[in-house]
Design a protein around this ligand. Structure first.
Ligand SMILES: Cc1ncc(COP(=O)(O)O)c(C=O)c1O
Length: 384
């Protein structure tokens, strides 16, 4: 074996030994909730398609009309010729929903976070992250080459201590947090973080990947409980409740204009396919038109946590922490035997010792199946 393959094989063997090796499983999504895998039909509690809009007839229709009109790909980066007419419509819509002056759409949420943070923070800057922030927030922070510090999860007092100790050593400071935490489903204390940021001349950025469409009347995590917390940098993705693909930033007009000029992941990456942008616009139409429908995933998650005696769900994401990697994998296999797809989430996606089942509830999950799932998790996974 040559040294490259030897290196790869040794790494794989190590992952295997630690129960951390992953595999791509071919998954045929039949509709918003049912999938077929390894010849089995399973009810999925692992898709982020919270409103099942990937399969909505109006969304598919909009995508197919755009495919016919504009073709399959966008042909170039947005700053060259890839900025097809649907982008302006999508960006205006996002800015309206988030109540900001402007918005810019990136190729994905990962690309958005990797591009935005380095535009705002350089070598002399400080990035303060909630420790449970998504991997692509860490990636963006590292790419900025600034100093990266983490505060304990949702611990505003700890963030305050770090800013008090270090803010003065840096030219600019940015606080970044998930709005809805992707693996835990809880909400960030955005109002308190914004007040803290303002006290220390720092800027606050929220990642609303799991908030848009499903919390705050569909507007996301800065709008929960009829609030409007004016977070100046509201990032998110179009790939979860919106059911399409792409990332975005909603912010003031000058900030968005700066992103268009400086964000490397926007400038040096091809524009999104027109069909995807059209799908996102049609999905946002549904979200704005049907707030009752948008509320369903959280209602279903709450029904599950109530039956289980778990803390009340704040979002469609409910973690059931089992601890070790092998326990999480065994629980996932057991649930598959009962007809449910629930992925085991292991380190490094979550901290060591907190391997879990991550359940995601969607608008169309039948209530009786949720009750059956709760029964199996309680009696066969947690009691085992
Ligand atoms: C909190 C969070 N931010 C960003 C992303 C990345 O978004 P995308 O899938 O659009 O790249 C994800 C999910 O993948 C996420 O959970």
């Amino acid at each position: 074996m040559n040294s490259l393959d030897q290196f790869a094989q040794a790494k794989l063997d190590d992952l295997e030994r630690r129960n951390l090796r992953r595999a791509l499983a071919e998954t045929d999504r039949e509709d918003g909730i049912w999938i077929e895998r390894d010849g089995r039909r399973l009810l999925s509690f692992s898709c982020n398609d919270y409103l099942n809009l990937t399969q909505h007839p109006a969304v598919k229709q909009a995508a197919s009309a755009a495919l016919e009109r504009y073709g399959a790909g966008s042909g170039a980066s947005r700053l060259i010729t890839g900025n097809h007419p649907l982008y302006a419509k999508l960006e205006a819509r996002l800015a309206r929903i988030k109540r900001t002056e402007a918005a810019v759409v990136f190729g994905s949420g990962y690309l958005a976070n990797s591009g935005i943070i380095p535009v705002l923070i350089g070598r002399d800057g400080l990035v303060l992250l909630d420790q449970l922030s998504h991997a692509c927030i860490y990636a963006g922070a590292q790419l900025s080459r600034g100093r990266v510090l983490t505060f304990r999860h949702n611990d505003v007092a700890h963030a305050r201590e770090l800013l008090a100790a270090h803010r003065a050593e840096h030219d600019r400071a940015l606080i970044v947090t998930d709005g809805v935490f992707s693996m835990d489903g809880d909400l960030a204390p955005l109002a308190d973080l914004l007040a803290l940021a303002n006290e220390h001349d720092a800027w606050l950025m929220s990642d609303d990947a799991h908030g848009l469409g499903v919390v705050g009347g569909g507007r996301g995590s800065s709008f929960v409980g009829n609030a409007h917390i004016p977070v100046p940098l509201q990032m998110g993705t179009l790939s979860k409740a919106v059911g399409a693909y792409g990332g975005y930033l909603c912010a003031s007009a000058p900030v968005i204009e700066l992103m268009r000029n400086r964000a490397r992941t926007l400038i040096y990456s091809t524009g999104l396919p027109p069909a995807i942008v059209a799908a996102a616009i049609a999905a946002l139409d549904v979200i704005e038109r049907e707030p009752g429908y948008a509320a369903l995933p959280v209602q279903k998650a709450k029904a599950f946590t109530q039956t289980m005696g778990l803390p009340t769900a704040q979002s469609p994401i409910v973690p059931v922490i089992v601890g070790s990697e092998d326990k999480a994998l065994a629980a996932s296999r057991l649930l598959a035997d009962e007809g449910f797809l629930v992925a085991a989430i292991r380190p490094p996606t979550v901290p060591a010792g907190t391997a879990r089942l991550r359940l995601t509830f969607t608008a169309q999950h039948p209530d009786d199946e949720i009750a059956r799932l709760a029964h199996v998790v309680r009696e066969r996974v947690l009691a085992a």
